[in-house]
Design a protein around this ligand. Sequence first.
Ligand SMILES: C[S@@+](CC[C@H](N)C(=O)[O-])C[C@H]1O[C@@H](n2cnc3c(N)ncnc32)[C@H](O)[C@@H]1O
Length: 534
Amino acid sequence: MSCRHRRKKSGSSRSSKSESGNSSSFLEDIIEDHFIGPKYDVKISKVMGRYIVARKDIRPGEIIISEQPLVVGPCTDCRVQCLGCYKNLESEDKIFKCSGCGWPLCSKKCPGRKRQHGHTQIECTILQECKSAAFLNYDDLQDVRANFQVIVPLRCLILKTTDPSSYDILMDMESHNDIRRNIPDLWDLNQTRVVDRIIKDWGLTEFTEEEIHTICGILEVNAFEIGQQGVNIRGLYPTSFLLSHDCVPNTNHTDHEDTYQLTIRASTDILEGQPITLSYAYTLQSTQKRREQLLENKFFECRCKRCSDPTELGTYVGALHCPKCDNGLVLCDNPLDLESPWSCTNVRNVCPGYSLSAHSHKLLINRISNEAESIDSNDIDALEHFLQKYRNVLHSSHYLCLGVKVTLSQVYGRIPGYLVHELSEKQLMRKRDICYEILKVFDVIEPGFTRIRGVTLYELHAPLMILLTRQIETQPLSKSDVKSALKKLLRYLVEAKVILSYEPEHSTEGLMGVAAKDALLQIKNWEKIVGKIR
Ligand SMILES: C[S@@+](CC[C@H](N)C(=O)[O-])C[C@H]1O[C@@H](n2cnc3c(N)ncnc32)[C@H](O)[C@@H]1O
């Protein structure tokens, strides 16, 4: 959702613990259920509007909603892309243009041409008849990009005649027009880029300004960011928009690479009557950043448990080290107030007292954040240097450190000079320990069967396996020690395989799931030496 519902995407408390892990038998029991009728009830609250709750107890991994989109198309900040299949076209020497309407397509044979949720015949005819391509200046990609903002609103308007019942569902979604109308930057941009383009420039006078503004709001508040491998698209779904936000969500979602079918699964146990939630913001951010983003893009102030707690549920993902005393942590005095100062929480007789205004804190974090973002994600030395440089400023679980650690967990073992069998024992232990650190924090902020957990468990298996084999080579271990180490590995891999099997087949995560299956077979080979592992 435009900070759209993010694809970043628990099990019972049992299944969400990183160290104890899930029992593999529980995981292997999971079978895809064919669902009969909705698993949720719709409720209304004064604060949140409509939201959904579990109609019965729901288990981790269970599908709650799986549905086709009402509409799909380019994101507002997208690159110039094919209107049919959404392939990025900015690196092409020459952009191919649709022979009908003159808008960008990847080729004459684009699979998304004349296809629902691609470049339909009716869209092509409308864009052609209103001579819309005359407003595309191909010498200025920025200008073409800006024009793409009109595509999804136009697709929504087309539904009014082609599929009135879908249009009614869409128009029943929250637009927050009353709030957005009073944000001149936002409203005026929509007016010039979308409303005026459709009505004045293209002459589609059958639509009203209010109607188009409402659609812009509905998209900002309700659209999901979807698409695989750098594809930058958004979609509106008939039921999934009802999930309320929580900074510790209990679901995650995936979308199908061809059909854009959205599937929402429980990541934790959700008990009957409990709200079914997802996070509209990145979970790996501090309370200040998430709340700012939610206010700016979703128009509400989050007051969830995580936001209300200065320690963010004991994870310290926003904490700083005190520059004035040993071991002091600097936390926000009142996280529900964006203007609140930050102070050292050490007792008075230990710390002389340290405080930072909200403004100074923001400047500091933005500066460090820009530095982190400028690091090449394949440059292990630079990533490690960043962690060293800020070890006395940021808590080791600070989201900026953890973001770098997530990158490190995935590049150690994958890039030339650091391929997994080339790693020294120290580097293997580093990869292993980083994975444990990541799991520990995500077990709290994004618990259960989540993409990050699946990926991190997969990343963890390689250093554990190699460390074990190297250890066996240098100092003989007893059969039972080897067996218990393999048991742990097996548990991690089984869980990774289950979680990653939810991912689209050809996505990086989906392929990792296949690799996890192969790794499991290899562990099985050890049974010839140590006996049955399970
Ligand atoms: C995608 S819509 C969810 C459906 C919406 N409640 C409805 O009735 O159409 C997102 C909007 O729901 C409300 N909302 C969702 N989660 C919320 C939360 N945790 N606290 C306050 N408002 C929330 C906000 O108004 C937000 O802009």
